[in-house]
Ligand binder design. Structure first.
Ligand SMILES: Nc1ncnc2c1ncn2[C@@H]1O[C@H](COP(=O)(O)OP(=O)(O)OP(=O)(O)O)[C@@H](O)[C@H]1O
Ligand SMILES: [Mg+2]
Length: 250
Protein backbone atom coordinates (compact mmCIF):
# COMPACT_ATOMS: atom_id res chain seq x y z
CA UNK A 1 0.00 0.00 0.00
CA UNK A 2 1.16 3.53 -0.79
CA UNK A 3 4.38 2.60 -2.59
CA UNK A 4 5.82 6.01 -3.47
CA UNK A 5 7.84 6.65 -6.63
CA UNK A 6 9.27 10.19 -6.71
CA UNK A 7 10.77 11.72 -9.85
CA UNK A 8 13.79 14.02 -9.74
CA UNK A 9 16.28 15.48 -12.19
CA UNK A 10 17.40 18.75 -13.66
CA UNK A 11 15.08 20.79 -15.88
CA UNK A 12 13.92 19.27 -19.14
CA UNK A 13 15.54 15.85 -18.74
CA UNK A 14 12.23 13.99 -19.07
CA UNK A 15 10.89 13.61 -15.50
CA UNK A 16 7.27 14.23 -16.52
CA UNK A 17 7.57 12.01 -19.59
CA UNK A 18 9.09 9.12 -17.63
CA UNK A 19 6.54 9.62 -14.80
CA UNK A 20 3.69 9.36 -17.33
CA UNK A 21 5.28 6.28 -18.93
CA UNK A 22 5.57 4.63 -15.49
CA UNK A 23 1.85 5.31 -14.88
CA UNK A 24 1.14 3.88 -18.32
CA UNK A 25 3.09 0.66 -17.60
CA UNK A 26 1.60 0.16 -14.11
CA UNK A 27 -1.86 0.61 -15.61
CA UNK A 28 -1.30 -1.55 -18.74
CA UNK A 29 0.23 -4.33 -16.63
CA UNK A 30 -2.60 -4.02 -14.07
CA UNK A 31 -0.16 -3.83 -11.19
CA UNK A 32 -2.54 -2.04 -8.81
CA UNK A 33 -4.35 1.21 -8.07
CA UNK A 34 -2.42 4.34 -9.03
CA UNK A 35 -2.36 7.97 -7.89
CA UNK A 36 -0.30 10.36 -10.02
CA UNK A 37 0.64 13.57 -8.18
CA UNK A 38 1.80 16.57 -10.16
CA UNK A 39 3.95 18.46 -7.69
CA UNK A 40 5.47 20.85 -10.22
CA UNK A 41 3.93 24.36 -10.02
CA UNK A 42 4.30 24.59 -13.82
CA UNK A 43 2.23 21.47 -13.91
CA UNK A 44 1.96 19.36 -17.01
CA UNK A 45 1.76 15.77 -15.76
CA UNK A 46 -2.03 15.86 -16.05
CA UNK A 47 -1.67 16.87 -19.73
CA UNK A 48 0.84 14.10 -20.30
CA UNK A 49 -1.73 11.70 -18.82
CA UNK A 50 -4.65 13.18 -20.77
CA UNK A 51 -6.44 14.35 -17.61
CA UNK A 52 -8.45 17.52 -17.18
CA UNK A 53 -7.66 19.10 -13.81
CA UNK A 54 -10.67 20.10 -11.70
CA UNK A 55 -8.87 22.21 -9.10
CA UNK A 56 -5.32 22.28 -7.86
CA UNK A 57 -4.43 21.94 -4.19
CA UNK A 58 -2.92 25.44 -4.39
CA UNK A 59 -6.27 26.89 -5.46
CA UNK A 60 -8.11 25.04 -2.70
CA UNK A 61 -5.67 26.29 -0.04
CA UNK A 62 -5.95 29.85 -1.38
CA UNK A 63 -9.71 29.64 -1.12
CA UNK A 64 -9.61 28.33 2.46
CA UNK A 65 -7.03 30.90 3.58
CA UNK A 66 -8.63 33.91 1.88
CA UNK A 67 -12.22 32.91 2.63
CA UNK A 68 -12.21 31.01 5.93
CA UNK A 69 -15.97 31.69 6.15
CA UNK A 70 -16.43 29.07 3.42
CA UNK A 71 -15.62 26.34 5.91
CA UNK A 72 -19.12 25.16 6.88
CA UNK A 73 -20.12 26.06 10.43
CA UNK A 74 -19.45 23.25 12.84
CA UNK A 75 -17.09 21.44 10.47
CA UNK A 76 -13.48 21.22 11.66
CA UNK A 77 -11.10 22.84 9.17
CA UNK A 78 -9.20 19.55 8.88
CA UNK A 79 -12.31 17.71 7.72
CA UNK A 80 -13.06 20.43 5.20
CA UNK A 81 -9.54 20.29 3.75
CA UNK A 82 -9.79 16.50 3.56
CA UNK A 83 -13.09 16.76 1.72
CA UNK A 84 -11.81 19.39 -0.70
CA UNK A 85 -8.67 17.36 -1.47
CA UNK A 86 -10.78 14.30 -2.19
CA UNK A 87 -12.95 16.24 -4.62
CA UNK A 88 -9.79 17.58 -6.34
CA UNK A 89 -8.73 14.05 -7.29
CA UNK A 90 -9.39 13.59 -11.02
CA UNK A 91 -10.24 10.13 -12.21
CA UNK A 92 -8.56 8.80 -15.33
CA UNK A 93 -9.06 5.38 -16.85
CA UNK A 94 -7.09 3.09 -14.58
CA UNK A 95 -5.52 5.79 -12.42
CA UNK A 96 -6.28 8.96 -10.44
CA UNK A 97 -4.48 12.29 -10.62
CA UNK A 98 -3.91 15.15 -8.19
CA UNK A 99 -2.36 18.52 -9.09
CA UNK A 100 -0.56 20.49 -6.38
CA UNK A 101 -0.46 23.79 -8.28
CA UNK A 102 1.57 26.75 -7.21
CA UNK A 103 3.41 26.85 -3.91
CA UNK A 104 2.08 28.41 -0.77
CA UNK A 105 2.03 32.14 -0.04
CA UNK A 106 2.20 33.89 3.34
CA UNK A 107 -0.49 33.90 6.02
CA UNK A 108 -2.29 30.85 7.28
CA UNK A 109 -0.45 28.50 4.94
CA UNK A 110 1.87 27.02 7.49
CA UNK A 111 -0.98 25.51 9.49
CA UNK A 112 -2.92 24.53 6.37
CA UNK A 113 0.17 22.89 4.89
CA UNK A 114 0.61 20.79 8.01
CA UNK A 115 -2.98 19.63 7.71
CA UNK A 116 -2.48 19.05 4.00
CA UNK A 117 0.52 16.84 4.63
CA UNK A 118 -1.53 14.68 6.99
CA UNK A 119 -4.41 14.51 4.52
CA UNK A 120 -2.07 13.56 1.66
CA UNK A 121 -0.33 11.03 3.88
CA UNK A 122 -3.67 9.31 4.42
CA UNK A 123 -4.66 9.57 0.76
CA UNK A 124 -1.38 7.99 -0.36
CA UNK A 125 -2.14 4.91 1.74
CA UNK A 126 -5.35 4.33 -0.24
CA UNK A 127 -3.40 3.50 -3.42
CA UNK A 128 -1.01 0.70 -4.33
CA UNK A 129 1.27 3.10 -6.23
CA UNK A 130 1.82 6.85 -5.96
CA UNK A 131 3.94 8.56 -8.60
CA UNK A 132 5.07 12.08 -7.75
CA UNK A 133 6.36 14.25 -10.57
CA UNK A 134 8.52 17.01 -9.17
CA UNK A 135 9.98 20.26 -10.36
CA UNK A 136 13.74 20.33 -10.83
CA UNK A 137 14.39 21.29 -7.18
CA UNK A 138 13.40 18.95 -4.39
CA UNK A 139 12.74 21.39 -1.56
CA UNK A 140 8.95 21.25 -1.77
CA UNK A 141 9.01 17.46 -1.59
CA UNK A 142 9.81 17.69 2.08
CA UNK A 143 7.28 20.47 2.70
CA UNK A 144 4.05 19.58 1.01
CA UNK A 145 3.85 16.04 -0.21
CA UNK A 146 5.93 13.42 1.47
CA UNK A 147 9.19 13.19 3.35
CA UNK A 148 9.92 9.73 2.09
CA UNK A 149 9.82 7.70 -1.09
CA UNK A 150 10.25 4.02 -1.77
CA UNK A 151 12.00 4.78 -5.05
CA UNK A 152 13.62 8.05 -6.08
CA UNK A 153 13.92 7.97 -9.86
CA UNK A 154 16.49 10.44 -11.15
CA UNK A 155 16.26 11.20 -14.86
CA UNK A 156 19.34 12.62 -16.54
CA UNK A 157 20.83 13.19 -19.94
CA UNK A 158 24.13 11.48 -20.71
CA UNK A 159 26.29 14.61 -20.53
CA UNK A 160 28.93 15.12 -17.88
CA UNK A 161 27.18 18.27 -16.71
CA UNK A 162 23.85 16.42 -16.60
CA UNK A 163 25.27 13.59 -14.51
CA UNK A 164 26.92 16.09 -12.16
CA UNK A 165 23.45 17.61 -11.66
CA UNK A 166 22.04 14.13 -10.95
CA UNK A 167 24.79 13.64 -8.35
CA UNK A 168 23.88 16.96 -6.71
CA UNK A 169 20.16 16.17 -6.66
CA UNK A 170 20.74 12.89 -4.85
CA UNK A 171 23.03 14.65 -2.37
CA UNK A 172 20.33 17.30 -1.87
CA UNK A 173 17.69 14.65 -1.16
CA UNK A 174 19.99 13.34 1.57
CA UNK A 175 20.59 16.84 2.96
CA UNK A 176 16.84 17.52 3.05
CA UNK A 177 16.47 14.24 4.94
CA UNK A 178 14.12 12.84 2.33
CA UNK A 179 14.22 9.17 3.10
CA UNK A 180 14.50 7.00 0.04
CA UNK A 181 14.67 3.21 0.09
CA UNK A 182 16.36 3.14 -3.32
CA UNK A 183 17.84 5.72 -5.65
CA UNK A 184 17.59 4.78 -9.31
CA UNK A 185 19.05 6.49 -12.37
CA UNK A 186 17.68 6.54 -15.91
CA UNK A 187 19.50 8.18 -18.78
CA UNK A 188 16.92 9.57 -21.17
CA UNK A 189 17.11 10.35 -24.90
CA UNK A 190 20.33 8.39 -25.33
CA UNK A 191 20.85 5.56 -27.78
CA UNK A 192 24.52 4.69 -27.21
CA UNK A 193 26.48 2.74 -24.63
CA UNK A 194 27.20 4.80 -21.57
CA UNK A 195 30.76 5.05 -20.33
CA UNK A 196 30.18 3.76 -16.76
CA UNK A 197 33.09 5.87 -15.46
CA UNK A 198 30.84 8.87 -15.93
CA UNK A 199 28.57 7.50 -13.20
CA UNK A 200 31.21 7.70 -10.51
CA UNK A 201 29.88 9.84 -7.67
CA UNK A 202 26.21 9.39 -8.60
CA UNK A 203 24.82 7.53 -5.61
CA UNK A 204 22.12 5.67 -7.50
CA UNK A 205 21.66 2.36 -9.22
CA UNK A 206 21.92 2.87 -12.97
CA UNK A 207 18.97 1.11 -14.62
CA UNK A 208 19.75 1.90 -18.26
CA UNK A 209 18.82 4.23 -21.09
CA UNK A 210 15.67 5.30 -22.89
CA UNK A 211 16.17 6.31 -26.50
CA UNK A 212 14.88 9.37 -28.29
CA UNK A 213 11.41 8.26 -29.36
CA UNK A 214 9.64 9.46 -32.51
CA UNK A 215 6.20 8.68 -31.03
CA UNK A 216 6.87 10.89 -27.97
CA UNK A 217 8.18 13.66 -30.25
CA UNK A 218 5.00 13.57 -32.31
CA UNK A 219 2.75 13.65 -29.23
CA UNK A 220 4.79 16.49 -27.74
CA UNK A 221 4.54 18.53 -30.96
CA UNK A 222 0.78 18.05 -31.24
CA UNK A 223 0.04 18.45 -27.52
CA UNK A 224 -1.40 14.96 -26.99
CA UNK A 225 -1.16 12.58 -24.06
CA UNK A 226 1.32 9.75 -23.57
CA UNK A 227 -1.65 7.44 -23.04
CA UNK A 228 -1.98 7.62 -26.84
CA UNK A 229 1.56 6.34 -27.40
CA UNK A 230 1.49 3.04 -29.28
CA UNK A 231 1.65 -0.03 -27.03
CA UNK A 232 4.50 -1.24 -29.26
CA UNK A 233 6.60 1.93 -28.82
CA UNK A 234 10.21 0.91 -28.21
CA UNK A 235 10.45 3.35 -25.30
CA UNK A 236 7.65 1.45 -23.47
CA UNK A 237 9.32 -1.90 -24.13
CA UNK A 238 12.63 -0.49 -22.90
CA UNK A 239 11.14 0.99 -19.72
CA UNK A 240 9.23 -2.23 -19.04
CA UNK A 241 12.56 -4.04 -19.22
CA UNK A 242 14.84 -1.70 -17.28
CA UNK A 243 12.21 -0.29 -14.93
CA UNK A 244 11.13 -3.29 -12.88
CA UNK A 245 13.23 -2.15 -9.94
CA UNK A 246 11.21 1.08 -9.91
CA UNK A 247 7.93 -0.60 -9.02
CA UNK A 248 9.26 -3.75 -7.33
CA UNK A 249 8.48 -3.61 -3.62
CA UNK A 250 11.83 -4.60 -2.18
N1 LIG B 1 12.62 9.68 -24.77
C1 LIG B 1 12.15 10.80 -25.35
N2 LIG B 1 12.01 10.86 -26.70
C2 LIG B 1 11.56 12.00 -27.28
N3 LIG B 1 11.24 13.11 -26.63
C3 LIG B 1 11.37 13.11 -25.28
C4 LIG B 1 11.81 11.96 -24.57
N4 LIG B 1 11.83 12.25 -23.24
C5 LIG B 1 11.40 13.53 -23.14
N5 LIG B 1 11.12 14.05 -24.34
C6 LIG B 1 10.66 15.42 -24.63
O1 LIG B 1 11.53 16.32 -23.97
C7 LIG B 1 10.83 17.46 -23.47
C8 LIG B 1 11.08 17.59 -21.97
O2 LIG B 1 10.53 16.45 -21.32
P1 LIG B 1 9.77 16.57 -19.92
O3 LIG B 1 8.78 17.67 -19.95
O4 LIG B 1 9.31 15.22 -19.59
O5 LIG B 1 11.00 16.98 -19.00
P2 LIG B 1 10.95 17.46 -17.47
O6 LIG B 1 12.21 16.98 -16.86
O7 LIG B 1 9.69 17.04 -16.85
O8 LIG B 1 10.99 19.03 -17.66
P3 LIG B 1 10.73 20.14 -16.51
O9 LIG B 1 11.99 20.20 -15.70
O10 LIG B 1 10.46 21.38 -17.29
O11 LIG B 1 9.56 19.67 -15.70
C9 LIG B 1 9.36 17.22 -23.83
O12 LIG B 1 9.09 17.92 -25.02
C10 LIG B 1 9.28 15.72 -24.07
O13 LIG B 1 8.28 15.38 -25.01
MG1 LIG C 1 8.24 18.16 -15.78
Amino acid sequence: MGYVIAMAGKGGTGKTTVAALIVRILKDNKLGSILAIDADPNSNLADALGIKVKASIGEILDEICVHPEKVPAGMPKERFIEYEVQTAVSEGVGFDCLTMGRPEGPGCYCYVNNVLRDVLGKLIKDYDFVIIDNEAGLEHLSRRTTRSADALVVVSDASKVGLKAAERIIALAKELKIQTKKNLLIINRFNNNLDKEKLEGVEAEYLGNLAQDAGIEKISLNGGSLMELSRDALVLTALNKIGEKIWQRN
